[in-house]
Ligand binder design. Structure first.
Ligand code: TYM
Length: 335
């Protein structure tokens, strides 16, 4: 708890172009929850270097991502929006938690298996211990809740296991966090292969809709979206995974229920439906894109957010870090 509020932590990697999956699965829930909780939203740039990055590009993407959090509707006066690399406690706690995490647990992580097969020439130790850094992010702020998409559930379960293991030895040090998975949009799939999740790193540009895509591009991508030969707009995951994904996207953008959507498109063809889905995404992204363009002009404002929030995050994270250091037996600092 901070004051009378429970704590929320979440983060995104500044790698690749963000997709509507990131937005509908995570960012839009962050905005919904932001009044209720004391929130920490991090641009997790330290996680990004588990895969080789161009330094200038990483810096620029990280700054854009931080601005995007604000453009999506998170007020940086009320929410702590900051770069992970500006708060030393993330790395310090990650080291300690590494000593409480088993190799076997980390070898089972599906993201590690995926990424190591994609980057076979660079299977570095950071890629392997990535989930421990993520656990440190969350536990450092004693987060009660962590809003994420379904793909991050396994990492969150590991975080809970690490916290419980540590608490069993040293007493109640960490809050054991709960995941928050939105009702709609928690797993947006590729538009070209609905058996795969929509991903920033997909090589096929038609597979993902990026948050900064212009309206024509968005409409074109939806028109090309893979469907099926059934010809009915129905939420049937097994036989109509493409249509099912489009229904989820439409539902997340309009707030309509699946049943209402099925009724709206009864007797209508896929062409009409795809156009409507595309339009709903264009409308959903419009305010975000406009605000981004404004923020890009406002360098001093973004700089002040970066500075003030890093100090705030450092302050809160230090409380947990000092406690943990004491518990494991590090000598006290002399003041
Ligand atoms: P990342 O950067 O891959 O994704 C950021 C968030 O977007 C969600 N997401 C999706 N949701 C629905 N459909 C999709 N197709 C889709 N693709 C991505 C992710 O679930 C995530 O919530 N390891 C994390 C970042 C991280 C983190 C943390 C998250 C680091 N530390 C602490 C929470 C708490 C990651 O790589 O997310």
């Amino acid at each position: 708890m901070i004051g009378d509020k429970k704590v929320l932590f979440s983060g995104m990697q500044a790698t690749g172009n963000l997709t509507i999956g990131n937005y509908l699965g995570a960012l839009s829930n962050w905005v919904k929850l932001s009044d209720e909780y004391e929130c920490f939203y991090s641009v997790v740039d330290m996680h990004s270097i588990t895969v080789r990055q161009d330094p200038a590009e990483l810096r620029s993407r990280a700054r854009k991502l931080l601005s995007l959090y604000i453009a999506a509707g998170l007020d940086p006066e009320k929410n702590c929006i900051y770069y992970q690399s500006h708060v030393s406690g993330h790395a310090e706690l990650a080291w300690i938690l590494n000593c409480f995490t088993y190799m076997g647990e980390l070898s089972r992580m599906t993201q590690f298996k995926d990424k190591s097969s994609k980057h076979a020439d660079n299977i570095n130790a950071g890629l392997f211990t990535y989930p421990v850094l993520m656990a440190a992010d969350i536990l450092l702020y004693q987060a009660d809740v962590v809003p994420v998409g379904i793909d991050q559930m396994q990492h969150l379960e590991l975080t809970r296991d690490i916290a419980q293991r540590f608490n069993a030895i040293y007493g109640d040090v960490f809050t054991v966090p709960e995941p928050y998975i939105g009702k709609v949009g928690a797993k947006i799939m590729s538009l070209q292969d609905p058996s795969k999740k929509m991903s920033k790193s997909d090589e096929n540009p038609n597979a993902s809709v990026y948050l900064m895509d212009d309206p024509d591009t968005i409409m074109r991508k939806f028109k090309r979206a893979v469907t099926d030969s059934v010809g009915v707009v129905k939420h049937d995951e097994e036989n109509q995974s493409g249509i099912c994904n489009l229904i989820d996207i439409y539902s997340a953008c309009t707030g309509m229920s699946v049943e209402a959507i099925e009724t709206e498109f009864e007797g209508k063809g896929y062409g009409d439906f795809k156009t409507k889905v595309g339009e709903s995404v264009v409308e959903k992204l419009r305010p975000l894109q406009e605000k981004m363009a404004d923020l890009e002009k406002n360098k001093d404002y973004i700089d002040s957010v970066i500075k003030n929030n890093a100090e705030k995050a450092q302050y809160f994270s230090n409380k947990t870090l000092r406690k943990v250091q004491k518990k494991v037996g590090f000598p006290e600092r002399i003041r």
